[in-house]
Design a protein around this ligand. Structure first.
Ligand SMILES: NCC(=O)CCC(=O)O
Ligand SMILES: [Zn+2]
Ligand SMILES: [Zn+2]
Length: 352
């Protein structure tokens, strides 16, 4: 009889001990309870089993072993806002410690972070000149625009830095929506997808297709929910819609089924990474993504509103900033993410 058979046999006998009388030893009974409590939830167990869990949290190391995944520096992607004014460095009021920077400010800012272990950034373009915005988001693929200039610079100066770029039109459209609109103000999906694909190609220096451009990894914002949590980002990026909202092209917060369908669709279309955003209010969706896309890394974007809330809570004395930053991130990892896009990245590089 194998050990597990033996234990399950004991577990069975123990669970019926009240009626039949038990002859098993205390130690056996504990093993049996432990087995039963993890595998046979329908079996009711009498007696005090709480103390046997204590070993798991009585020591910092045994506590750390309880996590399937520990946060490491490599999991973090740091979002950056790049403006078209090369010398700019302006704090973003609603996004504590975050700045809009021009390309001339990037190297001095990033060099110390890279020394501390920063491995990846996500670039967002923030054109400040009103002339940079039109209905089609024409400047999104301007070769002299801020993002493409920043990519060139970072490639040269930090060859090991993993550069990711947001591909969207909202920073470049006069109406602030993420795609191309029809005359009645609704989103023209087919035209938008074509345009966004062109922008993606331009970020990869006009290779024929992204797939031909080897080593381009496609991270899909598969499960992007509409809602309140993007507010500070829109301040930062100047991408607030001038009318309406994004509810017709981002998921409704209650729409778990739609999110699951979007994840499966994107997986079938060849996404390399599935992203869920926001993160903390959508932990079930992160878990869904990990279950549905088992062979793909899952990323979670702890968005600007989540970051701002944690700062606001800490400032109000509700909790300690560092403890809360870790706790929220642990929740995101526990849900299933292996990559976290986070404005806390510079702090984590110090804390980890
Ligand atoms: N594509 C970028 C966003 O959707 C905004 C994220 C944020 O609010 O930080
Ligand atoms: Zn966006
Ligand atoms: Zn957008």
């Amino acid at each position: 009889m194998s050990f597990s058979n033996l234990v399950s046999d004991i577990a069975f006998r123990d669970s019926n001990a009240d009626e039949r009388g038990s002859t098993i030893s205390h130690a056996q009974s504990r093993a049996a309870r432990s087995y039963a409590s993890t595998t046979a939830t329908s079996v009711s167990i009498s007696g005090d089993i709480s103390s046997q869990l204590h070993a798991g949290y009585s020591h910092p190391l045994s506590r750390s072993w309880q996590a399937e995944r520990q946060l490491t520096k490599e999991m973090l992607i740091y979002p950056l806002f790049i403006t078209d004014n090369p010398d700019e460095e302006t704090p973003i009021p609603s996004l504590p410690n975050q700045y809009r920077r021009g390309v001339n400010k990037l190297i001095p800012f990033l060099a110390p972070l890279i020394r501390k272990g920063l491995s990846s950034v996500m670039l967002f373009g923030v054109p400040l000149h009103p002339s940079a915005k039109d209905a089609l988001g024409t400047s999104a693929d301007d070769p002299s625009g801020p993002v493409i200039s920043a990519i060139r610079l970072l490639r040269t100066r930090f060859p090991k830095l993993y550069i990711t770029t947001d591909v969207c039109l909202c920073e470049y459209t006069s109406h602030g929506h993420c795609g191309i609109l029809r005359e009645d103000g609704t989103l023209d999906n087919a035209q938008s997808v074509d345009r966004i694909a062109d922008v993606a190609l331009s970020l990869r220096n006009r290779r024929r297709t992204l797939r031909v451009a080897h080593r381009v990894l496609l991270m899909s914002y598969s499960a992007k929910f509409s809602g309140c949590l993007y507010g500070p980002f829109r301040d930062a990026a100047g991408s607030c819609p001038s009318f309406g909202d994004r509810r017709c092209y981002q998921l409704p917060p209650g729409g778990r089924g739609l999110a699951r369908r979007a994840i499966v669709r994107d997986m079938n279309e060849g996404a390399d990474i599935i992203m869920v955003k926001p993160a903390s209010s959508y932990l079930d969706i992160i878990r869904d993504a990990k279950d549905l896309a088992q062979d793909l890394p899952v990323a979670a974007y702890q968005v600007s509103g989540e970051f701002a809330m944690i700062h606001a809570g800490a400032k109000a004395g509700v909790f300690d900033l560092k403890s809360m930053a870790f706790e929220s991130t642990e929740g995101i990892l526990r849900a299933g993410a292996g990559i976290v896009v986070s404005y806390f990245t510079p702090e984590f590089l110090d804390w980890l």
